[in-house]
Design a protein around this ligand. Structure first.
Ligand code: ADP
Ligand code: MG
Length: 337
């Protein structure tokens, strides 16, 4: 049986003056999930988090936590904590004081609060720095303090709004893995906001793709990538070739010599290489097919292929893909891709 719903939005509408931020949102997150809200800037992700946290109220619709309507519940009475992108640490307090702050505000005795705070700092591998001030930390370490401060309250649900946005790529990848492990080890439900599709794919159990205040699709990373429900999802999650409601991912295509035999179960089209961009692990090709369609191809630079893939613009090729790699998109009315 699927775990119980822990957060539910039912028919939620939210406007700021004349601007409609959320059109009519339905969302269901289950206990223990790593659930991601993915979408471009302005699509309504932060608004959704703020509604769940209780910083905003919906115009209409219901918000349920553990099955109970929380319309009239203040933020601090919800079993929900938020980690913001800017961390919002107190500069004059040490790390342990920063993390213990919420516990002290709730009248926990100082010794006990500091004990809990030290445990939370240990969970994010910062116990050795407990006496430092935020200014004495790197960006990644500050991010971890913000995380410890949210986790120390043992929330049922942790809301994270682009928490890694300020970090450089390498550190971001490292923190992604750590966050994922922390979520797994604690079993806390994470609702994670990002506009980065790689981040969403690598961390999430399920993802809701947002566009213009609406959810386009909810699914596992596999479902979204392999079976996108709309052209918007196909394009936002990965790159794609889209022809009349048919999707073909660039990495499913191989480029062969023009006269190569076509195995059973494959489709093949002749074309000419227009562009070849070497990216290290992969090379990206732009191919103009003989029928006039543009085809984007991604070839892995694996050992035997690397030699063969010295293709340059002007070379004639045969583009080959398995028949089943070309999938139909049910709703293809979302503009140009
Ligand atoms: P995201 O987090 O996906 O970038 P937001 O939820 O922040 O998107 O914003 C959704 C829409 O609501 C945007 O058009 C934004 O300009 C608008 N919006 C958000 N907060 C406010 C606000 N406090 N006042 C007016 N408009 C807002
Ligand atoms: Mg936002």
């Amino acid at each position: 049986m699927a775990p119980a719903p822990i957060v539910e939005l039912q028919g939620v509408v939210k406007s700021y003056g004349a601007a409609v931020a959320l059109k009519r949102l339905d969302l269901l997150v289950r206990a223990g999930e790593f659930f991601t809200l993915l979408g471009p800037s302005g699509s309504g992700k932060t608004t959704t988090l703020r509604l769940i946290a209780g910083f905003e109220r919906p115009d209409t619709g219901r918000i349920l936590l553990d099955g109970a309507d929380v319309a009239d519940l203040a933020p601090h009475l919800r079993h929900v904590n938020t980690v913001f992108q800017d961390y919002a640490l107190f500069p004059h307090l040490t790390l342990v004081e920063n993390v213990a702050y919420g516990l002290r505000a709730r009248k926990m005795p100082k010794a006990q609060a500091h004990d809990e705070a030290e445990k939370a700092l240990a969970a994010v591998k910062l116990d050795a720095f407990a006496g430092r001030k935020p200014a004495q930390l790197s960006g990644g370490q500050r991010q971890r303090v913000a995380l410890a401060r949210a986790m120390v309250n043992k929330p049922r649900v942790l809301l994270l709004d682009e928490p890694l946005g300020a970090l450089d790529l390498k550190l971001r990848h490292q923190m992604q893995a750590e966050l994922k492990k922390l979520q797994h080890d604690t079993g806390i439900t994470f609702i994670y906001v990002t506009h980065d599709q790689d981040e969403a794919l690598s961390m999430s159990d399920r993802i809701a793709v947002f566009s213009h205040g609406e959810i386009e699709q909810v699914g596992t990373p596999f479902e979204l990538y392999e079976r996108p429900a709309s052209a918007f999802v196909a394009d936002f999650v990965g790159s794609s070739n889209l022809w009349d409601s048919m999707l073909l991912r660039p990495e499913k295509v191989r480029l062969l010599a023009p006269a190569a035999p076509v195995p059973a179960g494959f489709e093949a089209r002749p074309g000419v290489v227009r562009e070849a961009v070497y990216l290290g692990a992969v090379t990206r090709f732009g191919v103009m097919l003989a029928d006039g369609r543009a085809l984007s191809v991604m070839e892995a630079n694996t050992a035997p292929r690397a030699e063969r893939l010295r293709l340059v613009p002007g070379d004639e090729v045969l583009a080959l893909w398995p028949v089943e790699a070309c999938v139909r998109i049910s709703n293809n009315n979302e503009g140009e891709v």
